[in-house]
Design a protein around this ligand. Structure first.
Ligand SMILES: *Cc1c(COP(=O)(O)O)cnc(C)c1O
Length: 487
């Protein structure tokens, strides 16, 4: 497979934009329903974009998880899959790809990222442990707490600023890390977790220098480092773009370098290589043995780990493709374009642009909606109504309640518009920008939401909400006034 280094494309005119370095050969028909149908659909979905049916969705920007476009090489690799419970050739091909890309010898396959978190948490976390990290991911936190651990997010002061030009908002604050270890003692810290391109705070990367500094602290105390590599390709891309020391280093070498700092690397293949699945990698035979026994128990035998052999083949190829700069830059360059264009129109977006998606700050978009009425959820519903584009709430709805039943208000109220790799075109991106711009001009019409059905665990998936008043009807009326009968 030929991989390519990226070269910047220069333009004759004033406008600059990302160019797709692939051609489209299989397509899926999309529908953009009339606005009344969209209003009906969101009502039926309890104002929760997770509960929409994709037949009613135009651009599905809910997530990048399992939705990246596969390449011709990935799809064709699935045909040579070797069906076997044990010892499948497909597994050995994947093992080799992982060894190459991550530089780790021992590989455990699991059915997706959270399954890796289950194994790592069960083996290494005991009651009373504390786990420092740059930022949590929903399933990470749930698994660690289930095993009696408490997580501490020791991000730098820049991390939660909406507008920033700090290139590495995903960095760990070294002073806070030292203070935390000092306070609890190193023997209560089973490992330090670093998440590449921190999912919940805008896909923001950390730098190699920060990894070096964290590693020095870890070594001083004999603490392990665990790397969540679900979005590692994009983090490596940002390192190449933003950390001058690495501007001439290949993505492949940056990936290796990042993994070299970690004792354990785990990942969700749904993100990193466009297929279902996941894995845990280490060079330490003792660590490998400790985790190994849980894989047949929860996942499946050691040569499939709950994945189909077809997925395993596609994952191996997808991982290799992640080291190709023209593949890995696709999602970040479209996100960068969307962020730049929305920022020009004064829409409050997180800067600098990160991985995974474009993140809109709902608290400044809808300052009149109190946080108790879920501004990010309301914004997600409103955008769907006026555009058919589906984003995801990442705010208080994705949080939990305290022991008194009050909402624990999230640090940030974000509407995330995911850009799965190679899925959307530039004209679709422009459509999205146009509609978000219109919504921003008409933002006063958007009101809050309240829960009508609220599950106790991970309520953001299945919870149902309702608007606090008739705001959706007013929004639709204004839409029709401005756009007539057009979509
Ligand atoms: C998605 C994700 C996970 C969980 O992976 P799944 O495959 O969805 O179970 C874990 N960590 C991070 C950073 C993620 O983005």
């Amino acid at each position: 497979m030929e991989t390519q280094q990226s070269q910047t494309i220069k333009f004759f005119g004033d406008e600059t934009f990302p160019v797709e370095m692939h051609k489209v050969r299989i397509v899926q028909k999309l529908f953009l329903r009339p606005v009344e149908d969209r209003l009906k659909a969101i009502n039926e979905a309890g104002y929760n974009t997770f509960l929409l049916n994709t037949k009613d969705v135009f651009l599905d920007m809910l997530t990048d998880s399992g939705t990246n476009a596969m390449s011709d090489n990935q799809v064709s690799s699935m045909l040579k899959a070797d069906d076997a419970y044990a010892g499948s050739q497909s597994f050995y091909r994947m093992e080799k790809a992982l060894q190459e890309v991550f530089g780790k010898k021992y590989i455990l396959p699991v059915h997706q990222g959270r399954a890796a978190e289950n194994v790592v948490s069960q083996v290494f976390i005991k009651k009373g442990d504390v786990i420092p990290m740059n930022y949590h991911f929903t399933t990470t936190k749930a698994h660690m707490e289930l095993n009696g651990g408490k997580i501490f997010e020791i991000y730098t002061d820049e991390a939660l600023k909406i507008k920033s030009d700090n290139p590495f908002k995903g960095n760990i604050d070294i002073d806070k890390l030292n203070a935390l270890i000092e306070k609890y003692g190193a023997d209560r810290v089973p490992f330090i977790r670093m998440e590449a391109s921190t999912n919940l705070i805008g896909g923001q990367p950390f730098s190699i220098q920060n990894m070096r500094d964290v590693k020095a602290v870890a070594d001083r105390h004999g603490i392990m480092m665990v790397l969540d590599a679900s979005l590692i390709g994009e983090n490596a891309w940002f390192i190449k773009q933003r950390e001058p020391e690495f501007k001439n280093t290949s993505i492949k070498d940056i990936l290796r370098l990042m993994c070299d700092f970690a004792d354990i690397v785990y990942f969700s293949s749904r993100k990193v290589s466009s297929t279902r699945g996941g894995g845990i990698c280490t060079n330490d035979h003792d660590l490998f043995l400790k985790m190994r026994d849980l894989v047949p128990l929860y996942e499946g035998f050691l040569t499939y780990g709950g994945m189909s052999v077809r997925e395993i083949e596609a994952m191996a190829v997808g991982l290799e493709e992640t080291t190709d700069e023209t593949v890995i830059n696709q999602s970040p360059s479209f996100i960068e374009y969307a962020v730049r264009e929305l920022d020009k129109r004064n829409v409050p977006v997180i800067t600098p642009a990160g991985a995974l998606g474009c993140h809109i700050d709902a608290m400044s978009f809808l300052p009149h909606v109190p946080q108790q009425e879920y501004p990010a959820g309301a914004l997600a519903a409103a955008l769907y109504i006026i555009s058919g584009c589906r984003g995801m709430e990442r705010g208080t709805i994705s949080s939990v309640r305290d022991e008194n039943g009050d909402d624990i208000l999230a640090d940030m109220e974000l509407l995330r518009l995911a850009f799965p790799r190679r899925v959307f075109t530039l004209s679709q991106t422009k459509f999205l920008i146009d509609r978000v711009h219109w919504l921003y001009k008409n933002r006063k019409l958007v009101g809050g939401l309240k829960f009508v059905e609220e599950p106790a665990v991970l309520r953001f998936f299945m919870g149902r909400l309702a608007p606090v008043n008739e705001w959706p009807d007013k929004l639709v009326a204004k839409f029709k006034e401005d756009f007539g009968n057009s979509l």
